[in-house]
Design a protein around this ligand. Structure first.
Ligand code: PBG
Length: 320
């Protein structure tokens, strides 16, 4: 019997480079930015090492570094000073996200600015929508999302990213944007979003855990299912999404591949806060080599089918 010598493919660095199927470059990565209305200067986020909540005063320091590294897009999350049951601040024309978008666009018009669009950072109860009789009012939330999306578009956002998993959110936002003349503003839908324990550090950063401790199982997907991922994605494609996101990314590589094989829209994966924080903690404890583990993580997300990756480590990957 012939001995198949597969090792020949890996025999030296040049051969390995020659045969590499995916690689990571700056234009694959999207850097999240948190901006807080109550701050006057940046503040470290304890559970997300090396990530900060920025203030309107100093957020451009961060954006300059991002642009200098060649990153093409950022995704913004706002933390308002005042929260209420309806998340009213989210559509305030002088709200934190609107002001940040204007400031970034004035200085860096070519940077793609994505605005995360959800109520959880703006409601005092922390739910992703408005509540009626103690349950999430999906349909009542849609018109709110539509108004919020239009106000981000008006401020200059290039892409609206609805992340609340409301049924019909993409159609509502598309209708709203078109009615207001924002035909060129895209929608990046968090189409397939699981009810994941890996969002913990984000909820610290955004102050959105709520009294219900972030249990969003009524609307986010059950980690044990695959079929609903197709239903969710299909609806969003029909409703007019321009990009489909899978979240979390690292633990749901099969879903990324499913979507990549099924749809022709760009597929985005989100290397979420808990996945990032675990890697940082293991590196800090000397358990993993940070640079290698991060490179491998991003390569795997890309190999699974991600066209773009949202990661807290975008800057770090390109600067180390
Ligand atoms: C909701 C939103 C969440 C994340 C992004 N957008 C949190 C949630 O669903 O509770 C999580 C991102 C992360 O964990 O990095 N606006």
């Amino acid at each position: 019997m012939t001995l198949n010598r597969h090792h020949r493919y890996r025999s030296n660095p040049a051969m390995r480079d020659l045969l590499a199927e995916v690689s990571i470059s700056a234009s694959d990565l999207i850097q999240p930015i948190f901006v807080s209305e109550s701050l006057t200067q940046k503040r470290a986020i304890e559970s997300l090492p090396e990530i900060y909540q920025w203030s309107l005063n100093d957020v451009l320091d961060e954006v300059r570094e991002i642009v200098d590294l060649g990153i093409k897009a950022v995704i913004l999350f706002g933390i308002p000073e005042h929260k209420d049951a309806f998340g009213s601040e989210a559509e305030n024309e002088t709200g934190i996200v609107q002001q940040t978008i204007k400031k970034i666009k004035a200085k860096y018009p070519n940077l793609i600015v994505i605005a995360d669009c959800c109520l959880c950072e703006y409601t005092d109860h922390g739910h992703c929508g408005i509540m009626k009789n103690n349950t999430l009012d999906n349909d009542g939330t849609l018109s709110r999302l539509e108004r919020i999306a239009c106000s981000y578009a008006k401020a200059g956002a290039d892409i609206i990213a609805p992340s609340g998993m409301m049924d019909g959110m993409v159609a509502a936002i598309r209708d709203g944007l078109d009615a207001d003349g924002y035909h060129t503003v895209s929608i990046m839908s968090y189409a397939v979003k699981y009810a994941s324990s890996f969002y913990g550090p984000f909820r610290d950063a955004a102050g959105s855990a709520g009294e219900f401790k972030g249990d969003r199982k009524h609307h986010q997907m059950n980690p044990s299912v695959r079929n609903e991922a197709f239903l969710e994605a299909e609806s969003d494609v029909e409703e007019g999404a321009d990009f489909l996101m899978v979240k979390p990314g690292v633990h749901y590589l099969d879903i990324i591949r499913d979507l990549k094989n099924t749809y022709h829209l760009p597929i985005v994966s989100y290397h979420v806060s808990g996945e990032y924080a675990m890697l940082k903690a293991a590196a800090k404890a000397g358990i993993l080599d940070e640079k290698h583990a991060l490179t491998e993580t991003l390569l795997c997300l890309k190999r699974a089918g991600s066209d773009l990756i949202v990661t807290y480590a975008a800057k770090q990957f390109l600067s180390k």
